[in-house]
Design a protein around this ligand. Structure first.
Ligand SMILES: *[C@@H]1O[C@H](CO)[C@@H](O)[C@H](O)[C@H]1NC(C)=O
Ligand SMILES: *[C@@H]1O[C@H](CO)[C@@H](O)[C@H](O)[C@H]1NC(C)=O
Ligand SMILES: *[C@@H]1O[C@H](CO)[C@@H](O)[C@H](O)[C@H]1NC(C)=O
Length: 635
C-alpha cells in the first residue's frame, strides 16, 4: 500500500493543490520557451516544403503565347501615350485612357467615386474595359488591374501600357473561355475598392462614400492579377505581393502558377515582396534569409492592411496577387523588358482561363519563407496554441491560489506554514474588484475607439489630438480603481483583525478572500489565452505578435510591496499599450506619430482592417487591467 492510499481525500486534494501551485507556473514558462523555439524553427528548411501546383486545370506555361515582337512595339507606343496622359487631372486622364481602350475595340467606361474619411475627402475616376471572350457565355471573368500610382509612388506606366497591349492581343485570339476585365484605378486603394463594390452591387451613396454604378459588366470574377510596373524602364526581378486585408491570403496556386511560368516560358527572377536575397549554399545564411522573409510576411499580415490592390479582391473571395517590377541596377540577375513581361502576364492569364471553378486545391493557410518554400498550417499553429495553453496554466495556478485554505496543510506539513491552496474549493471568491476593473477597462477601450474614429462630433480634430484624448480617457480609470481597491483591502484587514479576536471557531465565511490582484490576474491571463488562440485562426501573424509582446509581462508581473517595483512594472506595461506601441513604431520607421496613426486610421476607415478595433477594444482594455493589477495592494 502506498502512501497515497493512506491519505484522506482532503489531504490528497492538498497534495494535488500543491503540485499545481508548484509546477504549473514553471511548466507554463517551459511551454513559452518551447513555443518560441518552435516559432524560430519554422523558417528552417527542414520544416518548410517545396510548393507545387496542385490544381490540375491550371497547366501553367503550357499554352503558346501570342505576345509577339509587334506587340512589344505596340507596348512601347502605349507607354508613350500613357506617359503623356498621366499628367492630366483624374477625370481627363481616365477619359483619355477610356478612349484608348475603345480604339482597341473593347467596351469601356469610367467610374467616379468619392470617399470621405475622418481626415480628408478623396475623389477619383477609374477606367475599366471588358474583353468579351468569343467562346464564353459571360458568366465568368478574370481581372487584370493596375493602379495609376505604383507602390514606389512613380506612375505605373509600364503596367497600364501592358493592359492596353494585352487587350489588343486577347482581341486577336479566340481561345478564351472567360471574359477579361481591365481596370485602371485611381487613388491608393479606395479607387479599386469603389470599383469592386460597384461590381458586386453594393455601391453606396451616403455621406461617407459615393460610387457611380458600372455601365459595362461581365460575370463572376474568378481570379485577378494586379500589375505594378513603375516607370518606363526594364526590371531585374519580379516581386510577388499577396497579403490581403486582415491577413487574408490568396490560394497558394496563384503564386505557384507565376513561379512556374517565371521558370519556364518567361524566365525572370521571382521573389517575395521587394526584397532580393542572394542565393547561397551556406546553411546559416539560408536560415537567416528565410527567417527574414517569413518575418516580412508576418509583418504585412499582422498589420492587416494589404500590400497592394490585390488585397481588396480577397475580401470578395477572389484570389489575387500583385506582380511588382523591381529595378535594382546593382543586382546581377538578367534584366527583362516589356516583351518578357507581356509573355509572362499573358501566360498567367491563359492559365487562369483554364480554371473550371474557383481555386480550391492548394492551400489558403500558409507561411512563406521563400517563393517556393511554404510551411503549412499544421506546423505553424501548434506554437500559438502552446502559447495560449501556457497562459491557461498560469491562470489555473492562480485560480488555485485564490481559494486560500492553509488549515489542512498544516496537518501534513507540520512546522512549515505555507499558504497552499486547493483547486476547485467551494469557498466563494470575491469578484467585485476584478470584475469591475475588467468591465471598466473594456468601457474605456471602447470609448477610446469611438473617440479615435468619430471624435465625438469634433471631426475636424487631428488624429493626434484624438489619441491624446483617448489615452486620457483610458488612464483616468487607473487611479480611482487602484485607490478604491487599496481602501477596501485596508477595511478587510481591520475586519479580519477583529474577527480573530472575537471568534475562535472560524468557519468558512470568516476566511478573508484572496487578494484582489490574484483574481484580476487570473481573468487577464484567461482572456489573453482566449484572444491569442481565437485570433490565431483568423490572423496568425497578429496572434503571434500579440502573444509574444504580452506573454512575459502578463505572466511574470505582479504587485510588489516595494512601490518602485510596481511602478517599473506599470511603466513597462504602458510601453506595450497602444500609444506606447505607436510611439515605438513611429520611432522605428523614423516617422511622425501622426503619420503612423493616420495609417492605422486609414486602414480601418478605407479598407475595413480590424487592427484599430482589435487594439482599442480588446488589447487596450487588457493592458489597462494589467496596469491596475500591478498597482493593487499585495494582500
Ligand atoms: C465625374 O466627375 C467629373 C469631374 O471630376 C464630372 O465632370 C463628371 O460629370 C462626373 N461624371 C458623373 C457621371 O458623375
Ligand atoms: C464629402 O465631403 C465633401 C466636402 O468635404 C462634401 O461636399 C461631400 O458631399 C461629402 N460626401 C460625399 C459622399 O462626397
Ligand atoms: C556561413 O555564414 C556564416 C555567417 O555569415 C559564417 O559565420 C559561417 O562561417 C559560414 N559557414 C560556411 C560553412 O561558410
Amino acid at each position: 500500500m502506498g502512501l497515497l492510499s493512506r491519505l484522506s481525500k482532503a489531504q490528497k486534494r492538498v497534495i494535488f493543490g500543491r503540485f499545481v501551485l508548484n509546477w504549473m507556473p514553471a511548466l507554463s514558462y517551459v511551454m513559452v520557451a518551447v513555443s518560441f523555439v518552435w516559432l524560430l524553427a519554422l523558417p528552417h528548411q527542414s520544416y518548410s516544403k517545396t510548393t507545387y501546383v496542385s490544381e490540375n486545370a491550371l497547366l501553367p506555361g503550357s499554352a503558346n503565347v501570342q505576345f509577339n515582337w509587334d506587340d512589344n512595339l505596340a507596348a512601347e507606343a502605349y507607354r508613350d501615350v500613357v506617359s503623356k496622359i498621366a499628367a492630366l487631372p483624374s477625370f481627363e486622364r481616365a477619359e483619355a485612357l477610356q478612349l484608348e481602350f475603345s480604339k482597341i475595340g473593347l467596351r469601356s467606361a469610367t467610374q467616379n467615386y468619392t470617399l470621405n474619411t475622418s481626415t480628408d475627402s478623396r475623389r477619383g475616376v477609374n477606367t475599366y474595359a471588358v474583353f468579351y471572350a468569343p467562346r464564353s457565355d459571360g458568366t465568368e471573368a478574370l481581372v487584370l488591374s493596375a493602379p495609376w500610382t505604383s507602390r514606389t509612388l512613380d506612375t505605373n506606366t509600364n503596367a497600364i501600357a501592358m493592359l492596353l497591349t494585352l487587350g489588343k492581343v486577347f482581341k486577336r485570339g479566340s481561345h478564351f473561355s472567360k471574359d477579361v476585365i481591365f481596370v485602371v484605378s485611381d487613388g491608393d486603394a479606395e479607387g479599386l475598392q469603389a470599383w469592386l463594390r460597384a461590381y458586386h452591387g453594393n455601391e453606396e451613396n451616403t455621406e461617407r462614400r459615393s460610387e457611380e454604378t458600372l455601365h459595362v459588366r461581365s460575370g463572376a470574377i474568378q481570379a485577378a492579377l494586379n500589375l505594378d510596373f513603375p516607370g518606363t524602364g526594364d526590371y531585374n526581378a519580379l516581386g510577388v505581393f499577396f497579403e490581403g486585408v486582415n491577413g487574408q491570403l490568396p490560394n497558394l496556386d496563384m503564386i505557384n502558377t507565376i513561379s512556374q511560368i517565371s521558370e519556364g516560358i518567361a524566365p525572370v527572377e521571382l521573389t517575395l515582396h521587394d526584397e532580393l536575397v542572394p542565393y547561397t549554399e551556406n546553411m546559416t545564411k539560408n536560415y537567416i534569409n528565410s527567417l527574414k522573409k517569413m518575418l516580412y510576411m508576418m509583418k504585412y499580415q499582422a498589420a492587416g492592411t494589404p500590400t497592394g490592390n490585390h488585397g481588396l479582391y480577397l475580401k470578395y473571395k477572389i484570389d489575387a496577387i500583385t506582380l511588382h517590377g523591381i529595378d535594382r541596377p546593382d543586382w546581377p540577375s538578367q534584366r527583362y523588358n516589356l516583351f518578357r513581361l507581356g509573355a509572362l502576364v499573358e501566360s498567367a492569364v491563359r492559365s487562369l482561363n483554364n480554371l473550371l471553378e474557383h481555386l480550391h486545391q492548394s492551400f489558403f493557410f500558409y507561411l512563406l519563407s521563400g517563393v517556393k518554400k511554404y510551411t503549412s498550417i499544421g506546423l505553424y499553429m501548434p506554437p500559438v496554441i502552446i502559447l495560449g495553453v501556457s497562459f491557461i496554466f498560469q491562470a489555473l495556478s492562480l485560480w488555485g491560489l485564490s481559494s486560500d485554505l492553509p488549515l489542512e496543510l498544516e496537518a501534513i506539513d507540520e512546522g512549515r506554514k505555507v499558504a497552499v491552496a486547493l483547486p476547485y474549493s467551494r469557498r466563494s471568491r470575491n469578484y467585485k474588484v476584478p470584475a469591475t476593473v475588467i468591465g471598466m477597462s473594456f468601457v474605456a477601450g471602447w470609448a477610446s475607439f469611438l473617440l479615435l474614429t468619430t471624435g465625438f462630433g469634433f471631426p475636424g480634430e487631428t488624429p493626434l489630438l484624438k489619441l491624446v484624448a483617448s489615452t486620457g480617457v483610458c488612464s483616468m480609470l487607473i487611479p480611482p480603481a487602484v485607490y478604491t481597491a487599496r481602501i477596501r483591502s485596508q477595511i478587510l484587514k481591520s475586519r479580519k483583525g477583529k474577527s480573530k479576536k472575537t471568534d475562535s471557531s472560524s468557519n468558512e465565511t470568516d476566511l478573508t478572500p484572496a487578494a484582489d490582484w490574484i483574481l484580476l490576474k487570473t481573468f487577464i491571463l484567461a482572456l489573453s489565452a482566449l484572444i491569442v488562440t481565437t485570433l490565431s485562426a483568423l490572423n496568425f501573424s497578429l496572434a503571434v505578435t500579440i502573444g509574444v509582446v504580452i506573454v512575459f509581462p502578463y505572466m511574470a508581473f505582479r504587485p510588489s510591496s516595494y512601490s518602485i517595483i510596481s511602478g517599473v512594472q506599470a511603466l513597462a506595461l504602458m510601453a506595450i499599450s497602444p500609444p506606447g506601441l505607436l510611439t515605438a513604431g513611429a520611432w522605428w520607421y523614423s516617422k511622425d506619430i501622426s503619420l503612423v496613426l493616420n495609417w492605422v486610421l486609414e486602414g480601418y476607415e478605407v479598407l475595413g482592417s480590424w487592427l484599430l478595433p482589435m487594439l482599442c477594444c480588446i488589447y487596450w482594455p487588457l493592458n489597462l487591467a494589467a496596469i491596475v493589477m500591478v498597482l493593487l495592494p499585495v494582500s
